[in-house]
Design a protein around this ligand. Structure first.
Ligand SMILES: [Zn+2]
Length: 348
């Protein structure tokens, strides 16, 4: 049985699946990824998912025109370790893995992947959107969710000895549900009690991030240590974007590598990487460099290098060089890839 880590033992350190580390060793960090996932509805659990999706379905799967259980479930530790090793080879050092309650976390798998690849892996905790949650959660209180998340950070998560290093990605759908609000209120308590950062998957609605900011303020969250994920598919105008940035919250563009206009999960025009880089530039010019992080949010096998996708190396190999070409300085790139993640992942 693990001993509970105290706030004092954790303060000033980051927590990976292998234990506490000096945050200076985190290096280039992808703030929102999944190495394991399972989006298969209960009742279809017998579907075969070995071997990965058929690459001939690449375009259809990317467009959401077809579903393949081999695409929406990834449990293979060997695949995850090889994909992570590629990132290390490309210059990446740390992956924040946010597969949490409802989408199939594998804490011991993450330990194995970290040992084999040499990457730091920081694990999330809490619960994803209501549609994915265990039906038993409906009867649970804020206090019960909060204690669970505090334990996941200080003791161990999902009946393992592996501890989480960040709270989230806390899931919200549209319309935002009461259960999800209880989980988020609990996540704020976990942030306050443990000193961890909080990362939130907003609902697919352009007003939801601001609703989150209001909720977080009401509940006393530390906005400078709270990340609103998936800005790329949620916010499409500078008014909303700048207002969010002015609140002090951290903004995450975590769909780098998705280059298609057509997004299966909402009626939006998905930006491509060039547009993401232009939008982030406008925020930097307005003084918000310290509030920006980026990632790929890979949660389809078709996006893995092994099955024909860009893998976890895309940011190192394509995005960062493109940022340089478009006038981003080395310091700006380091802020986004190293300094901001390090600040967020350091317990306070
Ligand atoms: Zn995610």
């Amino acid at each position: 049985m693990n001993m509970r880590l105290s706030r004092n033992e954790m303060r000033g350190k980051a927590q990976t699946v292998l234990g506490l580390v000096d945050p200076a060793t985190l290096g280039q960090t992808l703030m929102h990824e999944h190495l394991f996932w399972d989006f298969i509805q209960p009742g279809r659990q017998d579907a075969s998912t070995t071997g990965g999706p058929d690459p001939r379905d690449y375009w259809k799967l990317l467009m959401g025109g077809t579903a393949d259980p081999r695409d929406i479930r990834q449990r293979d530790r060997g695949v995850a370790a090889r994909e992570t090793a590629r990132m290390v080879e490309a210059g990446g050092r740390t992956i924040v893995e946010l597969t949490i309650g409802g989408i199939g976390p594998d804490p011991e798998g993450l330990m194995e992947v970290s040992s084999e690849s040499g990457a730091h892996i920081v694990m999330g905790c809490g619960h994803y959107v209501e549609d994915c949650q265990d039906p038993d959660n409906h009867n649970r209180t804020i206090e019960s969710f909060a204690q669970e998340m505090i334990d996941q950070v200080q003791l161990g998560a999902w009946r393992t000895q592996v501890r989480a290093g960040i709270v989230g990605e806390i899931g919200c759908q549209w319309p935002w549900t009461d259960l999800e609000k209880r989980v988020l209120a609990a996540a704020v308590i976990a942030q306050q009690e443990t000193g961890a950062a909080l990362t939130i998957h907003p609902a697919r609605h352009e007003d939801h991030p601001w609703m989150l900011v209001e909720f977080l303020k009401e509940h006393g969250a530390d906005l400078s240590r709270t990340i609103i994920d998936h800005i790329d598919r949620t916010i499409f105008d500078d008014d909303r974007l700048f207002r969010l940035a002015d609140s002090g919250v951290v903004l995450e563009w975590d769909l780098f590598g998705l280059e298609n206009t057509y997004y299966a999960l909402a009626d939006i025009d998905m930006p491509n990487d060039g547009m993401r880089i232009q939008t982030i530039r406008r925020l930097i010019d307005r003084g918000h460099l310290g509030q920006i992080v980026i990632s790929h949010d890979i949660c389809n096998a078709i996006r893995l290098a092994e099955f024909g996708g860009h893998g976890y190396t895309h940011i190192q190999q394509k995005v960062l060089p493109h940022m340089s070409k478009r006038g981003y300085s080395g310091d700006e790139i380091n802020a986004i890839m190293i300094d901001n993640p390090r600040r967020l992942l350091t317990f306070v």
